[in-house]
Ligand binder design. Structure first.
Ligand code: CMC
Length: 438
């Protein structure tokens, strides 16, 4: 049998580990790649060309689609942005500081941060023509539908992006970070028939969001510092999560060289589903139905084990231990409710569900733990965010991650149009039958 070595040009063979693949048409040595945290991968780039075989990996559970230096997550519950642990960032940094870290690959100096913040704050207002777009939606429109279509419309207003010109890409990235909260707040204002409130440059990012959401010309909204802090924390915790469904979507759309607004629109749509960002809305709906229908948490868990439903906010493709974000959110949730002097029956139900699940063989065996969405909805609810807008909140937080991943994709010398293969399982060649002969 012939052994062929794939894609080893320029490599020091003695230092490399190889994977040996034995196929009916030969044996193949495949080079490996090791990441900075020791994850190993088999480089199959030349596999089809040399062997005629492709790999089959539904859901991409075993496929690295890129090499990235933005975010590291691991099965045992580690999350780091640019090498810095989430626990450290969550206690010390602000969301815009984290956005800078993700976008530029380093922590900003004081001046860099101030300039970045001011470039965001001065772009928060929407073009007056764009504002009129909100008038065309029904009042009960889902805010994710509005977010996706208004973000897509931004491409009609800002046409100066040139792929290969990072400056124009960063400018649009800044515009997006600035306008997301405004779009989110206006979609809420539209749904309740209140006037749109303009952003203010004397307020910070999260204060502005709360001001645009909850202020009204006839009665002013008090901005509570602990609420601002809680919101900032939630955004930090959502800021990036490597190659998840929405981020991979953003990269895939960018691979066709679509503009950044189109890429982010697709990411928003990918985030919407209940298996991904839509889980935070699904968790609250689940907790409400447990409460309103008087189901006991242990009966609910039994239904989950019979696979009649899923325990929303539990489980993760990568984490097989407690999601570090869930741990931080759970503590922050207690703090916020205490500050707002609120008892929340939904929190009690969530705590009981968690306790039962973590001690139940079904969840232990499958390594299912609370994820970021399990407690976040209870915090959003305490802040006053309507349930339908929870996933929009996730999107505001995740935006710097999507943008950083797109920028990294642009500068990757290996970037190509994304175009997976398939294994065709349909009929073999057959003939067309005229309609009257069928
Ligand atoms: N409740 C009950 N059983 C579950 C759950 C759950 N939440 N999650 C996974 N399982 C079971 C699943 O039925 C399967 O069991 P079996 O081996 O008997 O068939 C096993 O665990 C593996 O599940 P999977 O669906 O193959 O796992 P996956 O890695 O493809 O899916 C997931 C990951 C997050 C989509 C899934 O855990 C899930 O649907 N969770 C609920 C939705 C959710 O909370 N999503 C938010 C994820 S974190 C934030 C984000 O990404 O946006």
């Amino acid at each position: 049998m012939e052994t062929r070595i794939l894609n080893i040009e320029g490599m020091n063979l003695e230092e490399k580990a190889f994977a040996k693949l034995i196929l009916p048409n030969g044996e193949f040595l495949l080079p490996t790649i090791t990441g900075t945290e020791g994850e190993n991968a088999i480089d199959i780039r030349d596999l089809r060309k040399n062997s005629g075989y492709v790999t089959y990996d539904p859901g991409f559970g075993n496929t690295a689609s890129c090499q990235s230096s933005i975010t590291y997550i691991s099965e045992d519950g580690i999350l780091r942005y640019r090498g810095i642990a989430i626990e450290e960032l969550a206690g010390k940094a602000t969301f815009l500081e984290v956005a800078y870290l993700l976008l530029y690959g380093k922590l900003p100096s004081d001046t860099e941060l101030k300039n970045f913040e001011s470039s965001i704050l001065r772009r928060m207002a929407l073009h007056e023509d764009l504002k009129r777009q909100f008038d065309v939606y029904p009042r009960d429109a889902h805010p994710m539908a509005i977010l996706a279509s208004v973000v897509s419309s931004l491409a009609a207003f800002y046409t100066d992006e040139k792929i290969g010109d990072p400056e124009s890409v960063y400018k649009n990235a800044t515009r997006l970070i600035a306008k997301f909260p405004t779009i989110a707040a206006y979609s809420y204002k539209k749904s309740i028939g209140h006037p749109y409130i303009y952003p203010r440059q004397d307020l910070n990012y999260c204060e502005n969001f709360l001001h645009m959401m909850f202020n009204h010309p006839s009665c002013s909204y008090e901005i509570i510092p602990e609420v601002v802090e809680a919101l900032d924390l939630l955004f930090i915790l959502h800021a990036d999560h490597e190659q998840n469904c929405s981020t991979s979507t953003a990269r895939l759309v960018r691979s066709s060289q679509s503009n950044i607004f189109a890429c982010i629109t697709s990411a928003i749509c990918a985030l919407w589903g209940p298996r991904h960002g839509g889980a935070n809305e699904a968790v609250i709906n689940m907790l409400n139905s447990i409460k309103n229908e008087g189901i006991s948490p242990s009966d609910f868990v039994e239904r989950v084990k019979k696979k009649q439903t899923r325990l929303m906010g539990f489980g993760h493709r990568v984490y097989k231990n407690y999601d570090p974000r869930a741990k931080i959110i759970k503590d922050a949730c207690h703090r916020l409710l205490k500050r707002l002097n609120r008892q929340d029956q939904l929190l009690d139900i969530a705590l009981e569900l968690e306790e039962i699940a973590l001690n139940d063989e079904y969840f232990i065996e499958r390594k299912l733990y609370p994820n970021v969405d399990f407690y976040s909805g209870i915090m959003y609810q305490a802040i006053g965010i309507p349930t339908k807008a929870f996933t929009v909140m996730f999107a505001i937080g995740r935006l710097p991650g999507w943008l950083s991943q797109i920028i990294e994709f642009d500068s990757d010398p290996d970037n190509k149009i994304g175009r997976p293969r398939q294994i065709y399982q349909g009929p073999n060649k057959t003939n067309y039958i005229p309609i009257l002969s069928r």
